[in-house]
Design a protein around this ligand. Structure first.
Ligand code: ATP
Ligand code: MG
Length: 664
């Protein structure tokens, strides 16, 4: 590898300065991620052991791509190199150290759906009235408390008892939530000097991509690890900070300057991604933000196209327009489907576009939406797997105890719960006591039902835990519980739904099999698999290059596409009405989002702004986003979006989706 040939001079300095703290703040497309990748490859070439290198990225996809690129550059396998997200790295640390704080290493990781169930369980136990509560809000408060972004105050202290119960149950079920993946490792490292020492000895070279979006917790985590060697390189762009609602804070850049006063700083100023037109539009827009480190950014790429803007009559015409444009450009300019990005501000905007894509046979994948893994049938399977991995996991147990129906009635469940509460047991332990204790107060019928459930778990546990037996055991399990029959019973009116759901399960099992067969997965185990999917809840299993990328702007961060569509460029959508209501200062964050969206485009950027849109079944008049006026008008060109009568005809969305999944 010839580093100097692959990088410009500033990038070269950034990639070859490996000792001491390094700060790289630079605009979109200036090669920040590329620098990290080459920096790692360079270190390896210099003979730094792979195990000493830790690179932290924002998404799993980014981590996979970076690791892959480094392998290509070095021609080595690199099993000891750690490139991962903060959360995945948190899991890794917890796996090795969580026993130091009284958990078992087969812990479950709870997503929002699980957290809500847990919250309800916790409320039930302490008789907290949830009637008029919004669980999401409560979880938001808990998250702020846990990540130390807030303190109990007059409003929130009402939930203190509930929080204590929630925390107690998490531990009882040997489960952690997402915030724990960062906060528990910090706690362990803070309180166990010998463990901290082990980590700082091991990771001597640390890099963080998308630094502007690290949370305060993630910053502390990083700092603890880096304080041994102080070889820490962070790269980011303050103009792309778009997660402040999740507690990310680009003041981390200021903290970094304070905590590492000896740092070197490198600025990258050449953009290699976009044309002049796109870059000028982005630069002009973002200059309207006051709260920023000003930057220079130039490109040598001449423009062929202006930025296009179309004003379709409604969201159906918008979808039609996008679909037609994609087909046209795909055919005319032979641009592969995978080179198109269609960006939306919120998930709800995807539906009309997905319908058209399905109708027009445009292959696509949606990311940032409801995850494949959260579909009911898949979640059921996952809960079975979790119970097999960690029998104390009551949230999963409650979910599947009567799926399929086992006749375990409400009364029995109440009895089990009071038994568990009384002894501070998990339900699994309570069931064991109910079945096997000599003085068990449970009825014979209840005991029989519970025993057969326990036997099921006991029979499948050793199977699924043996090497490379996850997929085959799961398949056997779905047959043993006759999940197909259950689906038929649940959906007596429409036999297509069971077929479709069953098909999803087959896809799921197939993806597990692929995981088990993949030689790159050094250690395929049930535990590792479950972690992996709980961390990729936003990605669907397939990662097909031949598909149009439909995604939210948030999930497009760091990515690039030849042609980018930005849909719903309307006031109330971007800037988002809610963001503005909460705090007018949020307009700057919305502008950064718009900046991120624009800067994903390499060659062409095509925006659409509907004149009306259906919101909750009501037709609403829409105005173009005020951000459009902030763009230099000579860079824009209006494109006609013709209405299409055919498209207005009703379509059966689910039928189309089934067609896509190949079911029926
Ligand atoms: P973002 O802020 O969006 O994350 P970034 O700063 O991380 O962007 P990269 O994704 O690393 O930018 O680079 C943008 C594009 O420019 C990539 O396709 C990359 O390969 C290319 N690129 C960057 N530097 C060079 C270079 N010196 N020579 C050739 N291509 C380059
Ligand atoms: Mg990047």
């Amino acid at each position: 590898m010839n580093l100097k040939a692959e990088l410009n001079q500033k990038q070269y300095i950034a990639a070859s300065t490996i000792d001491g703290p390094l700060l790289i703040i630079a605009g979109a497309g200036s090669g920040k991620t590329r620098v990290i990748t080459f920096r790692i490859a360079h270190m390896l070439e210099m003979g730094i052991p792979q195990s000493q290198i830790l690179a932290l990225t924002f998404t799993n996809k980014a981590a996979r791509e970076m690791a892959e690129r480094v392998r290509e550059l070095t021609g080595k396998k690199l099993p000891q190199l750690t490139v991962s997200t903060f959360h995945a790295f948190g899991v890794k640390v917890l796996r090795d150290t969580i026993s130091s704080i009284g958990y078992k290493d087969n812990f479950s990781i709870y997503d929002t759906v699980d957290q809500i169930s847990l919250l309800k369980e916790s409320a039930r136990e302490i008789r907290f009235d949830m009637e008029d509560e919004n669980p999401q809000n409560i979880l938001g408060i808990f998250s702020r408390i846990k990540t130390k972004r807030g303190d109990w105050d007059e409003v929130t202290s009402y939930y203190q008892g509930l929080y204590a119960s929630y925390q107690r149950h998490l531990k009882l079920y040997n489960a952690v939530d997402f915030d724990d993946l960062i906060m528990l490792p910090i706690h362990i490292l803070d309180t166990h000097p010998e463990i901290l020492n082990r980590y700082t000895e091991r990771y001597r070279y640390i890099m963080v991509d998308e630094f502007q979006d690290t949370s305060m917790g993630q910053y502390r985590f990083m700092k603890l690890l880096a304080d041994g060697s102080r070889n820490i390189c962070v790269v980011g762009d303050d103009d792309q900070s778009i997660y402040s609602w999740r507690g990310a804070n680009y003041e981390n850049i200021i903290s970094f300057e304070r905590d590492y006063p000896e740092l070197k700083e490198v600025k990258l100023e050449q953009n290699y991604r976009s044309t002049e037109t796109i870059l000028e539009a982005a630069n002009t827009l973002i200059a309207n933000n006051t709260n920023r480190k000003g930057k220079q950014l130039w490109t040598g790429t001449k423009s062929m196209n202006k930025i296009e803007i179309a004003y379709p009559a409604n969201e159906r015409d918008e979808a039609q327009f996008i679909a037609e444009q994609i087909k046209g450009i795909h055919m005319r300019d032979s641009i592969k489907f995978g080179e198109f990005g269609v960006l939306i501000r919120t998930n709800t905007l995807s539906r009309a576009i997905e319908e058209l894509f399905l109708m027009e046979n445009i292959p696509y994948k949606m990311s940032g939406g409801t995850s494949f893994y959260q579909r009911k049938e898949i979640k059921d399977m996952i809960c079975y797997m979790r119970i097999l991995a960690n029998p104390e996991d009551d949230v999963s147990l409650l979910r599947i105890l009567n799926v399929p129906r086992r006749g375990i009635g409400a009364r029995t469940l109440e009895q089990l719960r009071s038994l568990a509460d009384m002894h501070d047991w998990s339900l699994h332990t309570a069931i064991q006591a109910a079945v096997y204790a000599t003085d068990s107060p449970f009825s014979e019928r209840a005991k029989t039902d519970l025993r057969s459930f326990l036997q099921l778990i006991e029979a499948f546990r050793p199977k699924i835990l043996s090497p490379r037996k996850i997929a085959s055991t799961l398949k056997e399990l779905t047959d043993a519980i006759d999940y197909w029959e259950y689906l038929l019973q649940e959906h007596p009116k429409d036999e297509k739904i069971p077929t479709w759901k069953w098909r999803n399960i087959e896809i799921f099992i197939q993806s597990i099999e692929d995981y088990e067969k993949n030689p790159d997965n050094m250690n395929p185990s049930l535990f590792n698999y479950l972690n992996r999917i709980s961390l990729t809840t936003k990605d669907e299993p397939d990662d097909d290059e031949g598909k149009v990328n439909l995604m939210t702007i948030h999930s497009a961060k760091g990515l690039e596409h030849e042609v980018v569509f930005l849909a719903g460029v309307e006031s109330h959508i971007i800037p988002h009405a809610r963001a503005i209501e909460d705090d007018p200062a949020n307009i700057e964050e919305e502008r950064r989002l718009f900046y991120v969206a624009i800067t994903r485009a390499k060659q062409r950027l095509i925006m659409t702004s509907c004149r009306s849109r259906k919101v909750l079944r009501e037709e609403m008049e829409c105005l173009p986003s005020p951000f459009l006026e902030e763009l230099p008008q000579h860079l824009l060109q209006e494109t006609e979006a013709a209405a299409d009568v055919e498209a207005a005809e009703a379509t059966d969305y689910f039928q189309l989706l089934r067609k896509k999944l190949g079911g029926v």
